[in-house]
Design a protein around this ligand. Sequence first.
Ligand code: ZN
Length: 118
Amino acid sequence: MKAEDEKYCVECGKLINIKAEVCPYCGVRQPIFYANQPFQQQNNTFQDDRWLPALLFCFFLGPFGAHRFYLGQIGTAVIQLLTLGGCGIWYLIDLIMIIVGKYKDADGNYIKSPVNNN
Ligand SMILES: [Zn+2]
């Protein structure tokens, strides 16, 4: 088990003192701050970096389903393309949904909006 004052050696993986600059087992120098660096957050809960591109795609190229292509919703994107954005109404609904953060991607995850965090 890893204790608070221990870290894993980047080379051999053995538990060593968190302040150790060189691993006593393999002699490999440890990167500075390696143990203290927090894991990069996978999901930013405040903003979705796809939001602005999706919004711009929908705004300018919505009738061609560009935002749906961008978000991986190829099936409905093609339908939208063929119907020119659902006769100009469907893509407007998508645009509003993106703006208010209620739009879902192909995996069912909301494209979170900085305008309306919820
Ligand atoms: Zn080592």
